[in-house]
Ligand binder design. Sequence first.
Ligand code: SF4
Length: 188
Amino acid sequence: MRSQAWEWAEGAGLTPTQGEILVLLMQRKGPMRLGEIARETALTAATTSDAVSTLETKGLVEKRRALDDGRALAVRLTARGRTAAKRAAQWPDFLAKAVGTLRDDEQTVFYRTLLKTVHQLEAQGTIPPHRMCLSCTHFEPSKNPKKTPHYCALLDLKLSDTDVRLDCSVHETADVATQKKTWKIYAQ
Ligand code: SF4
């Protein structure tokens, strides 16, 4: 997870540290104090503060008073930051750069085709199984993702077609019948 966040962040004009902080905030699903971020990322307080300030300038995070202590500041993702964090968590640099040049509808078609191809290669035994949403017990596929997104019950995340993960660190393999049902809905 960390190396993917680093690779993507460099491609997106962020430092690896900034990318890592975005992913951490997304995984925590709530505001974090600077001290907590420093502790979890093993960064110094000064480095954490600088990185968060830069992310704030870029509009990817915002600082608010902590609910449990009005004197302390808590950092949380903005909507743009959440989108960037999702990308940082899942897309290798070379893929993010290439796909980023496509239109939204082209990205969706590309990503669905990619996932289907990976699935086919896995079924043939050409490549080992990936930890992707479509084989995960927590994934709830949508019959019409343009209207209603897919859903990850573990992370409480709505997932558009391009958010579906190819390699997720908290993936748990679903039983065969569930995987078949998921693919039937996804591939229709
Ligand atoms: S746990 Fe990971 S692989 Fe499973 S549905 Fe959620 S995001 Fe996808």
